[in-house]
Design a protein around this ligand. Structure first.
Ligand SMILES: NC(=O)c1ccc[n+]([C@@H]2O[C@H](COP(=O)([O-])OP(=O)(O)OC[C@H]3O[C@@H](n4cnc5c(N)ncnc54)[C@H](OP(=O)(O)O)[C@@H]3O)[C@@H](O)[C@H]2O)c1
Length: 276
């Protein structure tokens, strides 16, 4: 979608929290949308004033007014606040609008029940690296539409890699691997850091070396995308060498099984939360 075409759209964000701020910053930074096309509402007025001034976007004092004046509405409140934010103003939405929910654990069928006239409900799952435009953004649609997909991909492409998935197993897997996944990666990075500290490095040195190892490995895999991860791993691990010995132990200890088990547990928790 061209920037010129996108600039016809008015996009309203309900909730001026971390996610909205990151997504709006990326949209402005990449010049996907001009400031005057972005509208923002929030529960507390003080925060609305502060954030809208910082970002230079249009502050709107009520969610209803924002919905009435936007072609695309992004609902970026905590899942437990979503009902309060839109139930009483459900009649303000129209069937041509694209309505995007970022709320974790709220399936499309539930969203449709709150505002049934909206045909283009979209569920989006971003992760925290969207704040540096290196996120993973998964999305699924209530009703298939190429035009809606193209718009969602254009809006979120500035924040990272955008992936369309089916709701259900794929969406759950994406959420656990990429959104919760950020927390799991930090858990593993902590093991690296602590081990270095135990071997004489200061906490600052250990953090720096750990971050650079993960960053370097990821960037190398990105630059050499024609090679499989296994090939890149084999480059470090010569037969009976130091790395190979460590890898053998990792496999003997069944680290993969522990990680898979943790992922499955996280999926079960997501299903439990979706029931409420
Ligand atoms: N952060 C993540 O890593 C992440 C990842 C994936 C998905 N998400 C989803 O993204 C959504 C937003 O998360 P966040 O981290 O940005 O949350 P956040 O920083 O807590 O921001 C939520 C914002 O919503 C506002 N709000 C609450 N009720 C409202 C209402 N009725 N009308 C207007 N504004 C209202 C809050 O206002 P006040 O502060 O004034 O109360 C707050 O500014 C959540 O649904 C979350 O599940 C987040």
């Amino acid at each position: 979608m061209t920037k010129q075409f996108l600039s016809q759209f008015k996009v309203g964000f309900i909730g001026a929290g971390n996610m909205s701020q990151s997504i709006i910053s990326s949209l402005l930074h990449s010049q996907i949308l001009p400031k005057q096309n972005i509208f923002l509402s929030n529960r507390s007025e003080k925060k609305l004033k502060k954030i809208s001034e910082e970002l230079g976007v249009q502050a709107v004092s009520s969610n209803e007014e924002l919905v009435e004046n936007s072609h695309v509405v992004v609902i970026a409140v905590k899942p437990q606040d979503l009902n309060d934010a839109i139930e009483t103003i459900a009649s303000a939405f129209n069937e041509k609008q694209i309505v995007i929910s970022l709320a974790a654990g709220l399936p499309l069928e539930k969203l449709k029940k709150i505002v049934p006239q909206v045909k283009n409900w979209v569920r989006v799952m971003p992760n925290t690296p969207v704040s540096i435009e290196k996120g993973v953004i998964g999305y699924c649609l209530l009703n298939e539409s190429e035009a809606t997909s193209a718009l969602v991909e254009s809006l979120f492409s500035a924040s990272g890699v955008v992936e369309k998935v089916d709701e259900g197993e794929m969406f759950e897997a994406l959420m656990v691997a990429t959104s919760s996944g950020v927390g799991f990666v930090y858990e593993i990075m902590l093991y690296w850091q602590e081990w270095l500290e135990e071997h004489g490095f200061t906490p600052e040195q250990s953090r720096r070396l750990t971050v650079q190892t993960f960053l370097g490995s990821s960037l190398l895999a990105e630059v050499e995308s024609h090679k499989s991860l296994e090939e890149l791993q084999n480059k470090v691990a010569s037969k009976k060498g130091v790395t190979a010995s460590g890898l053998d132990s990792m496999r003997e200890l069944e680290i993969e099984r522990a990680i898979r088990y943790s992922f499955e547990k996280a999926v079960l928790r997501d299903r439990e939360l979706a029931k409420y």
